[in-house]
Every structure is written in structure tokens, then in C-alpha cells.
Design a protein around this ligand. Sequence first.
Ligand SMILES: [Zn+2]
Length: 396
Amino acid sequence: MKGPSVREIFHYACFTLALKSFLHQPGDGRMQPEIPASSLSWGLLLGAILRLNSAHRLEWLARAADRKETGLATGFGDDALAYFTERVDPEVLRHRAAATLKLAKCNKVFEGTAFIGLAIDGTGAGRTTKQACPLCHPVKDSQGSITSHVHNLVMISVVGAGITLPFDVEPYKPGDSEYTAGKRLLKRAVSQVGPRFADYVVVDGKFASAPFLHTADRVKIPILARLKENLPELSAAVQARFGQPPPKESFQFGEDWIEVWDADDFDPWSSLNWPTVRVLRYRQHKKDGTIIQADWLTNFPIARLGTRSFFKLAKSRWEIENQGFNDGKNRFGMEHIQHHHPNSMLVNWLFLLLALMVERLYRIRYLHRGTHPIPTSMQLKDTLWLHLRPAHADTS
Ligand SMILES: [Zn+2]
């Protein structure tokens, strides 16, 4: 039976995505390691692709499945994985994820995309009731007692390009803030993928503060941010301008009817050093009668970004919620802590994002050649499992 297999995806990762030398040298900080780094690093990628969601199940796979098929040269225990992830240098992983994105762009993975976006947003993952680590944020009940801990992080993802590719995370400690972590993440990501990789940054209202917008200016990328009540002066000016007049344009968007207002001469609030602010308001009429209205601000000039494109770019922010956090947590085990250690959690998340990148590039771009339909992520995972054989199986 022919079809996608673990062996094929391993070959694709090693050669098409040029990850072979990285798998052997993933920034391994162990002294005199017994288990080769390549087994552990590929094991972490494969574990995410096959959705094992735990170090114990990965240990089982390495022992139970045919090694020629899995690409795992040796078996290993969850203690070996923990020892390894505590010592991997996350910068090596981040560098490799950025290099994989640049390679994808060179290979025309985003071809046909007018504007490649970077979305940034924060979330919490790995809730635990066990002893806290330095990254643990307390979760309190209504009486103010600590009931558990959660790990907060900010993620960055390629969006608006037909394929959602999250590629870096920045966890932050209690006392630090989501948008400070977001600023660090944006600066680092742009320094790694280069200033010409992306055409815009898109963020939710909590990042619509002058320091964050100025960070986007410094990395020379136009930014779109949701405008909410946390900017009362601008919100009031927008309501005064857009509240009464008819929309500038109306158009069909899927099954919905969209009305838009767009003007580029709003005054910046006092701490924002932009000459003017452009604001888009859209009102989305759904078939069931519900109406969604939202305001977005940007420094993208109208001459370079038309009103309908502004609307589409604003909508691309949902990709980090849906294909980033929801898929990462519900399908690929991002919620689960494999080893409760700050560096291990970060390294596990970065391996998970790299696995998502390999899975999506393989499934959506490589398998979808010619007239082949795109398999769903679930179909691919099931097919990969079907083609695995137990260790020492009679192959005659
Ligand atoms: Zn913790």
C-alpha cells in the first residue's frame, strides 16, 4: 500500500526542508550523551506529528515500532528526554524554525500571497497543581486562594499566506507582561526571518499600545491592531466619524455581507508618534442575522493597502487563535507538560511548532501536488499510523 508514511515525512524533513544536520545537532548541551541527539530530536518531532502527547507514549513508540519505519535509531526513556530537553539551547531551535520559513518562501510556498503577515498573541498552557517552577503564574479562585498554576507565553505565526505556520514562542514570568514579551518576540522574530520576510504584523487590542506599535515601526513593518475601549480618545473620534454616514463600501465575504468605513486622517493619541492613524470599521452581517462590528487601526497607507485588503488582513489574526493555539493545544499536545522545567517546556513547545511546520508543509504543499486533495491533519495522522509496523515484524 502506497501513501504518506513516517519514512516519507522523515525524508521530506531531512532533505526537502534541510533539517538533517539540525536533527543531529539541535543545540544539545548534554555532556557525553549515550543516546544520539538525532533520535531524541526526531522523536520529539514525530511524537507531535503522531499526536502522542506524552513522553511515556513516545518512549513506547521508540521501543515498539519498527525503527526502519520510524527513523528512530535507538529507543529511549522519558528520563533521557527530560535530561535532553533541560539542556537543549532554544536559540538553535528558533534559528532553525526561521531558516525553515525562509526556505519555504524561497520554494514559493507562499506564492500568490499579496501580503505575508505575522500574528502575535498570548495564551496560557500547561496548567498544573504540582510544585511551581519559575515560569508558573498563580491561578486564584474567587476568594483569592491559589488553586493551580499556569504558564503564560506569547506566540508568533505566519498568517494570511494560505498556510498558518507558528514558529516561535516567548514564555514570560510573573511580573512581566504579555505585551513586553510580545515586543521581545517581534524583535527577535524579525531579526531571524529578516525585515523583508513579512509585509505586516497583526495583533489584538491588548497590543495596541504605543510602545508595541513603535516596536513594529523600529523593525520597519506596518502593523494592524484591533481598536478597543482601551484607546478611548481614538474610539470616540471613530464613533463620531463612522457612527452616522453610510459605509464606504459593501461586499460579499463567503456567506456574509460586509460593510466597511475607512479613513486615514485620525489624530494619534498623545503617546503615539505616528503623524496620523488610519482606522477601518467593518460590520459583518451573518446569514443567521448576527452582526459583528469591529474597529482596526493601522499605519498602512491607503495607496498600498485598499479597504477590502485591510479587512482581509485584519481577519487573518484569527489564524493564530485557530491554527496556532487551538490546534496546538487540542491536537498537538501543547497544553500538556512533558517535563515541568522552564527550559524543557520551552524546548518542547519549540519542537512542537517545528513539527507543525513540517506537518503542514508536507500535507498542504507537498502532498497537495497536481490534483491531489489536501488531506486533513487527522487523515494524515491516521495514515501514518496505519503504515507503521511493530518492531521485529516478519517482513517476508
Ligand atoms: Zn511551572
